[in-house]
Design a protein around this ligand. Sequence first.
Ligand SMILES: [Zn+2]
Length: 70
Amino acid sequence: MMAEPATPDSVLTPEELQTWHRSIAEANRHNVFCHCRQCHSEWVASSPKPCLACEGQDIEFILCWQFPDG
Ligand SMILES: [Zn+2]
């Protein structure tokens, strides 16, 4: 299970909430930002994988929705 950010459920209807959860799951599937700590390659993948450049396993995975705005 992936940890999810705090849900603003006080302002969303159950249907909106469901859509919100879906879009986050969708974003997670398609936008995993990967950073190799060995060779410092950076790429975006649909799922966490070893480094394509050096095949290193020491990868930092950052889900794109975790990037702060601005
Ligand atoms: Zn690498």
